[in-house]
Design a protein around this ligand. Sequence first.
Ligand SMILES: [Zn+2]
Length: 286
Amino acid sequence: MTIKNAMTIDVEDYFQVSAFENHIDKSTWDTIPCRLENNMDRILQLLSDHDTRATFFTLGWVADNYPSVIKKIVSEGHELASHGYQHIRVSDQTSEQFLADISRTKDLLQQIGGNEVKGYRAASFSMGEKTPWAHDMLAQAGYAYSSSIYPIQHDHYGMPSASQYLYYPLGEDDQEFCEIPISTLDVPGKRLPVGGGGYFRFFPYALSKWMIAEVNKQHKQPTIFYFHPWEIDPEQPKQNNIGMKTRFRHYVNLSRMYDRLDRLLKDFEWATMDEVFINKQNKTLS
Ligand SMILES: [Zn+2]
């Protein structure tokens, strides 16, 4: 049987990424020309061309400012999920602030989208050793799953000690809530990131394809892949006052991304997080 992998999109625009947070103040977001609607239309068309449903981890800010984007996601049969209100790292919040943020965003997305929001992804995979309370808060706020842990070594995020596959962070007895980490693959002496984003743009496509196939065949596990709307937009305004590493990570191979996604959607079977891992039908809120 072919394994279905989970296709996910973190819905935020180019000026909202954590890498620019010290250069672009959140209070100015309203004044920056937004390219999200057009890029989202291209993504929705691409997914429709491949008859694929995906999970969209969406900022509450996007729901407030572009409710039509939320409505399109839902009306085309995709899963709407939460990426927090305005992309603040979990590790920069107190547990009280975090609970308020995830509750507010879940309510807002449900109000506009009309479907139950089950999933959450932390801004920049910012959950780990420093935030031992985070999973508990997510369960309290009524989420069914989180896909926020990246079990890899990285200078800005990652929790290499975490499980590589779905686990129950509140204890094996509490299977109402699970963490579904971003995909990785162990090869001799190294753990490789399989999950997408900047790594996917940087690696040759053949390597990404091989890694996903290995996780499916060798480990009999679905992979979780993620990307952002701004990653298919090489025409986006360039940010000037950033360091070389940040510049490279944000802009590398943007012009190749759309075609690579097209191949990826053809080469594997994809579905929503809900369908692949939670396995329940979306229910419409009455
Ligand atoms: Zn994000």
